[in-house]
Design a protein around this ligand. Structure first.
Ligand code: GCU
Length: 343
């Protein structure tokens, strides 16, 4: 085994593994199978969401099913709340074989391979169902999902939806002109930076976990995200006006260190892939309900939701396609995704 993302340990050894993961100083490959204890393979997974988020719940259930199916041999340790770092760092840890798995937004991958930009575009997906059809179709995404194996040493296993993303700020917005002067946080993506500027605002890239404080202190006036993050990150407390811009349907990816899956062996590797499939299907089911609950919770907490002039935003966003889809490969992916709309 090349690196340290598979930890073989007993329950007692898990404490050591946890400490190692938190300090990130130990290459954790060394098995510490204590006499009489059963070997366990712990796959550490970095997540930037809180425990109430549907991604956490679906991944936690994934871990439990996998552990049961493999008679305790394989276990996914989900580290929530950016405990292992923000997504840019988590991605590096997977690439460096220090942890096995991470959930990263498509915007992170856009910085590593230009074709990922296609699925980060506004209006590429009509809705969650359309998005999941595309991201689960190997004929469309097969090459893309293996495209980082050589350069970055990780494989994309598939996607979890981020749902529709909207703008929220200290005041309501109904058309692009209302965005003038609003400093809006975006993910670390050139496309999303251009997107908020095209919508009329002033974009500031920042890691997810820093957004609440930045809005609270007035460094930012708002952000753009889905209703679930609006609530689970408590953003509604400091930017209570959510304007339903519906500017894009976002996508998270599960990435795995490319050596790791093979190291699980045939049976446990198969169990891993099958339980991952159950996980992303469960996530899609949880998503709709979590969104409804988030809206209720935000309203109860004083947030307000506003309709917008969607056509005006569509028009403002249109030039992004020409600017960011610049290669035949990108255009082909975009066209394949659009052809799957309404299937
Ligand atoms: C969503 C998404 C995360 C992403 C976050 C963000 O919550 O699921 O992966 O990091 O948006 O805006 O940074």
């Amino acid at each position: 085994m090349k690196g340290g993302n598979i930890v073989r340990t007993t329950p007692a050894g898990r404490v050591l593994a946890l400490a190692a993961a938190l300090t990130l100083t130990l290459s954790a490959c060394g098995g510490d199978a204590v006499a009489g204890g059963q070997d366990r393979t712990i796959l550490r997974l970095a997540l930037n969401q809180a425990e109430g988020h549907p991604s956490y719940i679906a991944l936690q259930n994934f871990s439990e099913r996998l552990e049961e199916r493999t008679d305790g041999r394989v276990f996914i340790d989900v580290y929530a709340n950016e405990t292992l770092g923000a997504q840019a760092e988590a991605l590096q840890l997977v690439s460096d074989d220090i942890i096995a798995l991470a959930i990263v937004s498509g915007t992170q991958l856009e910085n590593l391979h230009p074709d990922f930009v296609v699925f980060n575009m506004p209006r590429v997906f009509d809705d969650v169902e359309h998005q999941l059809t595309v991201v689960n179709d190997p004929a469309i995404v097969g090459d893309l999902h293996t495209s980082l194996e050589d350069g970055e040493n990780f494989t994309v296993l598939g996607g979890l939806t981020q749902g529709s993303r909207h703008l929220y700020a200290s005041r309501p917005v109904t058309e692009p002109a209302d965005m003038a002067g609003l400093r809006i946080r975006v993910q670390e993506s050139p496309l999303h930076l251009a997107m908020i500027n095209a919508m009329g605002g002033s974009a500031t890239p920042m890691a997810y976990g820093e957004v609440y404080t930045a809005m609270q202190s007035g460094v930012l006036d708002g952000a753009e995200n889905n209703e679930v993050s609006f609530v689970t990150q408590k953003h509604f407390e400091v930017a209570p006006h959510l304007s339903l811009t519906n500017h894009l349907v976002g996508l998270d990816y599960l990435i795995i260190n490319s050596d790791t899956l093979g190291e699980l062996g045939e049976d446990d590797g198969q169990a891993f892939l099958e339980e991952w499939e159950t996980a992303y299907l469960e996530h899609a089911e949880l998503w709709a309900q979590a969104t409804e609950e988030a809206v209720e919770e935000a309203r109860a907490g004083g947030a307000q939701f506003h309709e917008v002039d969607e056509d005006a935003f569509t028009q403002a966003l249109e030039p992004l396609q020409e600017r960011f889809l610049t290669t035949p490969a990108q255009q082909a992916l975009f066209d394949a995704a659009r052809a799957a709309a309404g299937e």
